[in-house]
Design a protein around this ligand. Structure first.
Ligand SMILES: Cc1ncc(COP(=O)(O)O)c(C=O)c1O
Length: 378
């Protein structure tokens, strides 16, 4: 039975996007970000698709629960899984979980780093260290640099040294900003202090936007690895940035569940927020905010049916929304087989995001489990 609302996810495109970003990075080690259910695309399917791609360093997740769910899949038992934002203080219990599931950890608090080393956990757990260069979200302050080196001074074995040293950029899309330049300078300082001491460590800072602006951020000369998220899924990090390199992996499509004819002056849906100016046919689609479609799209946005743009009429409700109908009458095959695109190749997710006063990241991660995800190109 065709789904009421379906996200079609093209895994060939995902692989192609990976290759393009790999080339754009000038063949750096890759840490694809697959947190938040791979930006709504399905973390397991995405992980299985990328696990054998060239130069894959690790898959990036936010939470330990996300990492454990992936590790339980047999086919991922040798893929490195890097947990970026574990929120618990570092202690023996935390270490036991990371060891049990063979996970890699990002240490972003100075107290955690000290505890990690004091307990000799660097002998058995793979780790990256995050530094705060100005975003002021996560990361160890640079004033701890000398103490950091002292704590590791007796460590000689390669596997006990940090596998990665990195920072995160607050405005990667705008390297020209004064605060971005400040971040860049601090990263360069980190590099000059730590690279000679830890030549084995992978230095990284680039998300998707920084990859687009590689030259300004000096990605090729300063870093060894990159961490693309949104671009991997085929979406430019900023509205209207030119994208030849990547293509959208997901298209979201809904089917029509009923047609109605409105007479002039008749209202539609909750609050009668739409009233017909003349006699017209409307199509009720089987999707709503319970699936993650924003209420702000009501009376604002459009969907695509066979290359034709159709306006969304009235309020978006939990399970349903109305659009102009492309037909006056419909057969059962129309209800069974016809699909209305909410976003994808013909209607960019950025367009919808701007109308919903948000960004594609929020739309994608807000898609609920009611949406059937179907995969092509496996
Ligand atoms: C630490 C870190 N690196 C990389 C990314 C990927 O960012 P983007 O999706 O903008 O490429 C994120 C996403 O939020 C992140 O938190």
């Amino acid at each position: 039975m065709p789904a009421r609302i379906e996200a079609k996810i093209d895994l060939d495109r995902l692989r192609n996007n990976y290759s393009s970003l790999f080339l754009l990075s000038k063949r750096k080690r890759m840490i694809p970000m697959i947190k938040s259910n791979a930006y709504g695309h399905g973390a397991l399917e995405v992980a299985l698709t990328l696990k054998n791609e060239p130069q894959l360093e690790a898959l990036g997740v936010a939470t330990i629960e996300e990492a454990i769910a992936l590790r339980k899949e047999k086919k991922l038992d040798t893929t490195r899984l890097l947990v970026f934002s574990d929120s618990c203080p570092w202690d023996e219990n935390r270490a036991a979980i990371f060891r049990k599931y063979n996970l890699s950890v990002v240490l972003h608090r100075w107290s955690d780093f000290k505890s990690f080393i004091a307990r000799n956990h660097h002998h058995s757990i793979d780790y990256h260290v995050q530094w705060n260069t100005g975003m002021n979200r996560l990361g160890i302050e640079l004033e701890n640099l000398a103490a950091f080196q002292r704590l590791l001074c007796s460590t000689r074995k390669r596997h006990q040294l940090p596998r990665g040293i990195f920072t995160h950029l607050a405005a990667a899309e705008a390297p020209e900003k004064r605060l971005s330049q400040h971040q860049l300078k601090k990263f360069q300082y980190l590099l000059s202090e730590l690279k000679p001491r830890f030549p084995q460590a992978l230095f990284h800072m680039a998300n998707s936007a920084a990859l687009w602006k590689s030259k300004e951020w000096k990605i090729t000369s300063l870093t060894d690895a990159v961490r693309p998220g949104i671009a991997l899924y085929g979406i430019p990090p900023e509205h209207k940035w030119p994208v030849k390199e990547v293509k959208p992996v997901m298209s979201l499509r809904s089917k029509c569940v009923q047609l109605h004819t409105l007479e002039k002056g008749e209202g539609l849906g909750y609050g009668f927020d739409y009233q017909a100016k003349k006699k017209q046919t409307i199509a009720i689609l089987g999707c709503g905010y319970g699936d993650g479609v924003s209420r702000l799209l009501g009376n604002q946005s459009q969907v695509i049916y066979q290359r034709k743009r159709l306006s969304i009429l009235g309020r978006v409700s939990m399970d349903l929304m109305a659009v102009e109908s492309p037909v006056k009458k419909a057969s059962s095959s129309f209800f069974d087989h016809c699909r209305f695109e909410l976003f994808g190749d013909r209607l960019s997710i950025w367009e919808q995001a701007l109308q919903a006063k948000t960004i594609p990241y929020e739309i994608l991660t807000g898609l609920t489990s009611r949406i059937e995800r179907t995969y092509v190109g496996k």
